[in-house]
Design a binder for this molecule. Structure first.
Ligand SMILES: [Zn+2]
Length: 81
């Protein structure tokens, strides 16, 4: 799942408001911060879905980056012009 800038910002705000100075959040070790971001991304339920491979959670900039650099389904699609 791609994490949007908004999900990252919300996660940072949660850590600032409720986390400790060591990055521990509600007893969750700091090494799991990426997992917390994924939870936040799912919870806010927003994002653009790639119409080629179905991966979701992108903002527009992230979708363009995904299509250009990572989406093999898109890259394997025949050009029409
Ligand atoms: Zn894709």
């Amino acid at each position: 799942m791609a994490i949007s800038e908004r999900a990252k910002e919300i996660t940072d705000n949660i850590y600032t408001a409720y986390g400790s100075g060591t990055g521990v959040l509600f007893g969750i070790p700091s090494a799991f911060r990426e997992g917390v971001r994924a939870i936040v991304q799912s919870a806010i339920g927003e994002g653009v879905k790639c119409p080629f491979c179905g991966e979701d959670g992108f903002d527009f900039k992230g979708l363009k980056y995904h299509l250009t650099c990572y989406c093999e389904v898109y890259q394997d699609t025949e050009d029409l012009c």
